[in-house]
Design a protein. Structure first.
Length: 495
């Protein structure tokens, strides 16, 4: 604890964002380049080095937060990078994409703004790369065992890196033409520039991990054939089966799933397309769904030049502070948060009739109507109560040339045939069944991440990858020294 009075003398200061008018003209990350490092030492000083650091439990990775806060406050970047990487394979991802449940569990947050843990994490990760503290770590010797990892999202990559470093020969199979899963084609560039991902993939290649892109297991290569070829298989395909909105008019053209829309914008940034065939340019856009994916659609539509953008959230507008009775510290509270995309929508007034920024809260879609050519033109909605019952007299209509459905995901997509070819047992909610050791009903086949857990956060995805790697290592060798931060049935802290 470098400054025992830091939390009393230093106010919270977040990584500043670039001006809205500037950043919506490009796809670069929203933060001011270079503005984090000058403030981060003092922010790390606010950590109280608590006797019981609840931030550890709030984060499924078990990050050693007080330790690396102290090291950052002393400018010891090498040791800080070592302590951070001891529990997290990809801190540059979580430092940009995680909603920071660790900050909700910060003891300081009981009666003050929490320590900027997420910003400290991002600073350490960036400094580790800048100063050469993240070299490849190939194994000293090979085990002679082989593992196939299906899916290159955060779970698959974390599992692959851990198993490669343990000495196993690992091949990652990815159905898309580029690696990264939703981090590549789901997360917009303005939230995380893809050079962060590419740099980590090069590290993994140097360590010995093999990658097979444009290969859908179950379609391009048989699932049973793959199982026979490797000593163990890890399924980390994510939860990509999107939820539908079964209301009248859903068949109209111009109503798209968020994950049909976002990858195209990312491909424009990758240089594959000159413009997106689903571009929001000049259109009235309505986003159905109030989560992070909806916010990603919002920021993307703003940058594409939409005429208007409105986001519908079925839940009531949350308050600005934690409800201590319903969501006591250190649980992650549902409070009103202003993401970068919502800040942009508010300042640019993309939805003048919205309750706040671009959002209409407690709003439920009733139906869509279209024009003579069968293209959507209007969305009809109604205000609902806490039980989602319509409130009489609250119906309204929004112009809609493009509707984006961001309603979440139910489990892995089964179209490729992977699940059925292996004969995997499934849960009623659509996820893959596994036991306490991450093993499926098929010998040698393990399941991790959203495919088995269900839709979750990136920190849980990485924790799952690390934990399943330990389980596979134990299966192959009889024991394992790899860390297993969570079990398959662990869940976030709740009341």
């Amino acid at each position: 604890m470098a400054d025992p009075k830091g939390f009393m003398t230093t106010p919270r200061q977040d990584w500043p964002r670039r001006p809205v008018a500037e950043r919506v003209q490009d796809w670069d990350e929203v933060y001011v380049p270079g503005a984090l490092l000058p403030i981060i030492n003092k922010q790390a000083d606010r950590c109280m080095d608590c006797g019981i650091p609840f931030c550890h439990d709030a984060c499924p990775l078990g990050n050693l937060i007080p330790e690396w806060n102290d090291l950052v406050s002393r400018d010891d970047w090498r040791q800080a990078a070592d302590r951070l990487h001891a529990t997290n394979n990809f801190p540059e991802f979580t430092g940009r994409l995680c909603p920071a449940p660790c900050e909700a569990g910060c003891v300081l947050a009981i009666n003050q703004p929490a320590v900027t843990i997420k910003n400290v994490e991002a600073a350490i990760a960036d400094q580790a790369w800048e100063l050469g503290f993240a070299p490849p770590r190939p194994p000293d010797r090979l085990s002679g065992r082989t593992v196939a990892v299906i899916g290159s999202g955060p779970t698959g990559l974390a599992a692959a890196q851990q198993l490669t470093r343990a000495g196993h020969t690992v091949a990652v199979y990815e159905k898309d033409d580029r690696l990264g899963g939703l981090m590549r084609y789901g997360i917009p560039e303005f939230k995380m520039e893809k050079h962060h991902l590419d740099r980590r993939l090069e590290q993994m290649r140097a360590e010995g991990t093999k990658f097979r892109t444009s290969t859908a297991v179950g379609r391009d290569v048989g699932a049973t054939e793959l199982r026979a070829r490797y000593d163990a298989v890890v399924i980390a395909t994510g939860a990509t089966a999107w939820r539908e909105l079964p209301v009248p008019g859903r068949e109209l053209a111009g109503i798209q799933q968020a994950m049909e829309y976002l990858p195209l914008a990312n491909r424009v940034c990758e240089g594959d397309l000159e413009s997106s065939p689903m571009s929001a340019a000049g259109k009235h856009v309505v986003i159905v769904g109030g989560g992070d994916t909806g916010a990603d659609c919002l920021g993307t539509a703003v940058r594409e030049g939409a005429a208007s953008v409105t986001q519908l959230d079925i839940y009531a507008q949350p308050g600005a502070t934690r409800d201590e009775d319903a969501e006591p510290w250190p649980t992650y509270p549902k409070i009103y948060r202003l993401s970068a995309a919502h800040e942009e929508a508010r300042d640019l007034e993309t939805a003048p009739a919205a309750d706040a920024d671009a959002r209409l809260f407690a709003a439920s879609t009733l139906r869509f109507t279209g024009d003579e050519s069968g293209h959507v033109r209007s969305l009809h909605l109604v205000e609902v109560d806490a039980a989602r019952r319509p409130r009489p007299g609250t119906g309204r209509t929004l112009p809609a040339d493009l509707v984006l459905l961001a309603l979440g995901f139910s489990g892995p997509d089964r179209e490729d045939g992977l699940v059925d070819q292996l004969g995997l047992a499934m849960e009623p909610r659509g996820t893959i069944t596994r036991d306490a050791g991450f093993a499926t009903n098929v010998p040698g086949v393990f399941a991790a991440g959203d495919a088995a857990r269900g839709q979750s956060l990136i920190v849980w995805a990485i924790a799952e990858g690390r934990a399943v790697a330990a389980a596979v290592d134990r299966y192959l060798t009889g024991s394992s020294r790899l860390p297993a931060p969570i079990g398959p049935y662990d869940r976030p802290m709740t009341v």
